[in-house]
Design a protein around this ligand. Sequence first.
Ligand code: FNR
Length: 182
Amino acid sequence: ATRKIAVIVGSLRKESFSRKVAKTMMLLAPSQLEMEIIEIGNLPLYNQDDDDNPPPVYTEFRSTIKKYDGVLWVTPEYNRSVPGVLKNAIDVGSRPYGQSAWSGKPCGVVSVSPGAIAAFGANHHLRQSLVFLNMPAMQQPEAYVGNVGNQFDGDTLNNESTKKFLQGFVDAFATWVERHAD
Ligand code: FNR
């Protein structure tokens, strides 16, 4: 069956490596996955005071996420954790209490960095939230995309072994989503 995947990128930077990795994975994805990037940069900072009168962009974001069968997180690391913009999107989607848009959706985590540690800290801090959000997160293969700084010519991934790795990851992710679907 066709499965719709929301791709959430944890960086707003125009030339973001995370976004480039996400787009590369969308090109490599097997045909049963319909992947779309859902933008998070328009979501104002979450304030619980607004729960009774949420900004329309919140309502729209929550109902958009609910239409998807799974989520692919592709994120850089800021100060050994996830960027605030990504955490904000997670928080927005998780409310109102008891109506989280994320609950039950299978997901995959890809962390991206120009550094050698490959955003391990962000990858695993994100997984901590995913446990609470009741999102089955694929355990293997893991994806730590390090030393990414010289792996793109424009938007094109120039590293064959990274490409092969990402191919294996999206193929496994398709199986993971199918296993947890419905
Ligand atoms: C960073 N960067 C970074 N890199 C890393 O590997 N571990 C880290 O803890 C941090 N911390 C950090 C904090 C802040 C505030 C910034 C702006 C950057 C560097 C980061 O990996 C680099 O800027 C990436 O290019 C960001 O990802 P995108 O935007 O290319 O997807």
